[in-house]
Design a protein around this ligand. Structure first.
Ligand code: ZN
Length: 425
């Protein structure tokens, strides 16, 4: 039994983020929250205490393991970024030992930034993907992960044989999907429509359906990508239509970016309950565009946030959420008539970082809240003390904008301390 004390932050839905000071959270030996109480006295061996806040761990729903050490290289647009940064970074993963080392660095980095769940693309190499899963298991990290799939329009050293890539994905899914008592999930991961044959996409969709695995891929990231898809699939209406035809639009699918989705496309995505992962820092970094988050939500699309490392340079998810708000503000100030767009609140941003993302990943019954019965993925943080003196909704705003990674004192995944420094237990 582990006990945490502090002010709890519970982002229950887009409009309600509960703050409860002087709260005691007890975690049972299975890593589940057993009790949340504002009246109980603390025990001597608790984590947190005066000045501390307890918040659900951050969920990063789109990032690339292979690019952890390629953050912040500016000046490229999407296809140049692929050629100059992504492909060479992935080619290194031919060596499984290097993949293992980078996977450790990656987990250390994510945990130091308070991320407790991540949906992660790997390289197109099965051995490297297997090693990365082993590291995630060893470190007790919660991950949705999969081998990158591409069999056309990509460099020779990364280009897979279609059947072999599907076989390897199936084997990896059989080994890792649901492993570590459900902490790990396998994701079939076609890179993007332009890099995948029809056979590969249909095969991935069919296998994912058989095993009920997540699927992750990229869509409508930039206008250049949209027109490249049109060139590759002249018989389909657009990129959403391609994925619909291939069976890739499902309630288990995470579509990265979606910057250029039109209103009819938003409705089509929403009807299939497919989630979109909003990656605002990356969309600006590569100058891909401003995703209209509010329009996506209004259409009914489940949405999570992604750092999109390393086209996103920022691994600290609250800063990605701030970027989501700033993108919405930019759309608002440039709208005609001026101010005709709305902007999500900081409370909604907290929900996107936690419970909202968990819902989009179909994990909303297990993580994302500090409530009895939920698995204890949570952070003990010590923010600037003046925040506690503000009215509640100002507290959630100030905490979002000012929290820093060095204010994270403990990171727990399913009740087990995993960092920031590598504490055992
Ligand atoms: Zn990506």
């Amino acid at each position: 039994m582990q006990t945490l004390c502090g002010t709890t932050l519970n982002p229950r839905n887009p409009t309600q983020c509960d703050v409860a000071p002087n709260t005691v959270v007890r975690i049972d030996n299975d890593g589940k929250i057993a009790e949340v109480d504002t009246k109980k006295k603390t025990s001597a061996d608790h984590l947190g205490g005066d000045g501390c806040w307890l918040i659900p761990g951050f969920i990063d729903a789109h990032l690339h393991l292979t690019q952890w050490d390629r953050r912040g290289i500016d000046g490229l647009s999407l296809f140049d970024w692929l050629e100059r940064i992504v492909y060479p970074a992935e080619t290194r993963f031919k060596k499984p030992d290097l993949a293992q080392k980078l996977a450790h660095d990656f987990i250390t980095g994510l945990v130091a930034n308070g991320t407790t769940t991540a949906a992660v693309y790997g390289s197109p190499f099965a051995k490297a993907t297997d090693r990365a899963f082993s590291v995630f298991a060893e470190r007790g990290f919660r991950a949705v992960h999969g081998m990158m799939l591409n069999d056309v329009n990509c460099p020779k050293e990364l280009c897979q044989q279609t059947e072999k890539a599907l076989d390897e994905s199936r084997e990896l899914a059989a080994k890792w999907h649901g492993a570590e008592d459900g902490l790990l999930q396998y994701a079939f991961s076609p890179r993007m429509a332009t890099c995948c044959s029809e056979k590969l996409m249909r095969g991935a969709a069919a296998l994912a359906d058989m095993v009920k695995c997540p699927i992750q891929t990229h869509i409508a990231e930039s206008m250049a990508e949209v027109s490249a898809v049109r060139d590759c699939f002249p018989d389909q209406l657009d990129d959403v239509d391609v994925f619909a035809e291939m069976g890739l639009l499902t309630s288990r699918t995470l579509l990265g970016h979606g910057v250029c989705l039109t209103e009819p496309q938003r409705r089509q995505v929403a009807e299939t309950k497919t989630a979109v992962v909003h990656c605002p820092t990356a969309n600006l970094f590569l100058e891909s565009g401003l995703m209209d988050y509010v329009a996506h939500r209004r259409a009914g699309i489940p949405i999570a946030l992604g750092s999109s490392l390393a086209a996103g340079y920022e691994p600290f998810m609250p800063k990605v959420a701030v970027s989501c708000l700033q993108t919405a503000k930019t759309i608002k100030v440039h709208a005609i008539p001026r101010g005709s767009h709305s902007v999500p609140t900081p409370a909604e941003a907290w929900w996107l970082l936690t419970k909202g993302a968990a819902d989009a990943l179909n994990l909303g019954e297990r993580i994302g809240l500090l409530e009895p019965g939920y698995e204890a993925d949570c952070l003990v943080v010590r923010p600037e003390p003046w925040i506690a003196d503000l009215p509640t909704e100002q507290q959630t705003s100030a905490l979002l904008y000012t929290l820093r990674p060095d204010q994270i004192e403990h990171v727990l995944i399913r009740g087990r301390r995993v960092g920031p420094e590598d504490c055992a237990g």
